[in-house]
Design a protein around this ligand. Structure first.
Ligand SMILES: Cc1ncc(COP(=O)(O)O)c(C=O)c1O
Length: 433
């Protein structure tokens, strides 16, 4: 009997390269433990106010005490939207004239935003390579086009933006509808300061593009600069910026609630907001228990939230600087991107690997075959290969083919194991090549 056809879209889909190592590891039959730094799956507890709500869902104050779990309005609970605006305000940015809508995490926010800023076959979305892979996946799902301009990883571990002229060449050629910037960047750890965002915003105004800022890691910067944000830009600094700004917000990273699946779209365009909520009526509403838990942050003082940011920063900064130092000591000659923000770094083997080294194959080998004996226990390491973070066309060389991304999400004990295990896996892999 013949079976029904699946769509060409489904036929062409592969799991995100970020998840590839985990999937290969799950198929493994030998007894090996994986140190998994391939995804940004934060392993710290949520903010105490959120924990308190979660642990008292059956208390008298809880809307769920009777066991009734109704839909909310599509835009989300008023309190949850206030929580997102309170967080923006806690970083010192004005929130008058901003509209907020709750989504199922930043991921769904990305999909809705792509639907709203351009049409199928119309002006593409402009990204800055290497770029968070899920934008490409969402663009494929919604049939929106993506173009990009590159950043280069210098030997000192810094990513640098091209000259404005080179960016404008790409814009003139492709006439994009919107630009996406991730100021606290995934995957690079690159930090876009306020002055960087001003330059990017000016380009958006000049070429009449939406400016989309994915602020999933806002406040997680480890430089001396203050927190940057699309919401810090003033009309005085960038005339014409108002009414074209969209930020993508999430409970996942700064608030340690990846599994809560709560995010938001914040914009200063009333029309975009209304239409985006209208589009999302098809999804009815986001998880109401998650909304209630996150809503606790509507009532937290800015002082308290600032203290939280500072604790988060201290935690990640310590983990990062130790890990970077140990990686370079174990594998002299590798480049570890300067972790100035977010929770990721890019490691580049280009100066030490044999010709033909392919990081995607190396990562798959680590997941499916590679192992290192650590005090009598076999262990391996999972990272994320970088090639798919670059929007290169066939025939172009892909800088990601010698790079992997590491997420700083493991506990101290596991983090310490990363450099020796990763270095030994690399030596074994190169020895057999
Ligand atoms: C820059 C960025 N935006 C959005 C997301 C999506 O997060 P979520 O859907 O969990 O809110 C991530 C997740 O890693 C991210 O790194």
């Amino acid at each position: 009997m013949s079976s029904p056809n699946i769509s060409n879209h489904f036929k062409s889909i592969k799991p995100s390269s970020i998840r590839a190592a985990q999937i290969a590891f799950l198929n493994r039959l030998d007894d090996v433990k994986a140190i998994n730094a391939s995804t940004g799956n934060v392993s710290l507890p949520m903010h105490p106010a959120m924990k308190e709500r979660m642990f008292s869902l059956n208390s008298a104050e809880s809307p769920f005490v009777d066991g009734i779990v109704k839909y909310s309005q599509t835009v989300g609970f008023e309190e949850t939207n206030k929580a997102f605006l309170n967080i923006i305000a806690s970083s010192g940015f004005g929130t008058d004239g901003l509209y907020s809508q709750i989504t199922d995490g930043g991921s769904q926010a990305m999909e809705l935003v792509l639907l709203g800023v351009t049409d199928v076959g119309a002006g593409p979305i402009l990204m800055i390579d290497p770029a968070y892979t899920n934008y490409k996946a969402m663009a494929k799902r919604t049939q929106r086009d993506i173009v990009s301009f590159p950043r280069d990883l210098d030997d000192d571990g810094k990513f640098s933006l091209p000259e404005i002229n080179a960016i404008e060449e790409v814009i003139k050629k492709h006439n994009p509808s919107a630009l996406v910037v991730i100021p606290y960047d995934n995957p690079t750890g690159h930090y876009y300061s306020h002055s960087d965002l001003i330059e990017i915003a000016k380009i958006c105004v000049k070429h009449n593009m939406w400016m989309i800022s994915d602020e999933a890691y806002r406040e997680l910067n480890y430089t001396d600069d203050d927190a940057s944000s699309i919401w810090k830009l003033s009309a005085y600094e960038v005339p014409g910026i108002e009414g074209r700004r969209i930020s993508i917000e999430t409970a996942s990273k700064v608030w340690n609630a990846c599994g809560l699946r709560i995010g938001a779209i914040v914009t200063d365009s009333e029309e975009f907001h209304k239409k985006s909520v209208a589009e999302n009526t098809a999804n009815l509403c986001s998880n109401v228990i998650g909304q209630y838990i996150f809503g606790a942050l509507a009532n937290e003082s800015h002082e308290d939230l600032q203290k939280w940011y500072s604790d988060q920063r201290n935690h990640y900064q310590n983990v990062m600087s130790e890990l970077k130092g140990d990686l370079v000591a174990e594998l002299p000659g590798i480049i570890v991107s300067s972790p100035d923000s977010s929770i990721y770094t890019v490691v580049d083997f280009k100066n030490i690997a044999k010709p033909g080294f392919d990081s995607a194959e190396f990562v798959l080998w680590c997941a499916s075959e590679g192992k290192v004996d650590v005090d009598g226990e076999d262990m391996t390491f999972l990272a994320s290969p970088m090639a798919s973070f670059y929007n290169t066309t066939d025939g172009e060389s892909n800088p990601g083919s010698t790079q992997v991304r590491i997420a700083f999400v493991l506990n101290e004990e596991e983090t310490k194991l990363i450099p020796p295990i990763f270095a030994e896996l690399f030596r074994q892999y190169e020895a057999k090549a």
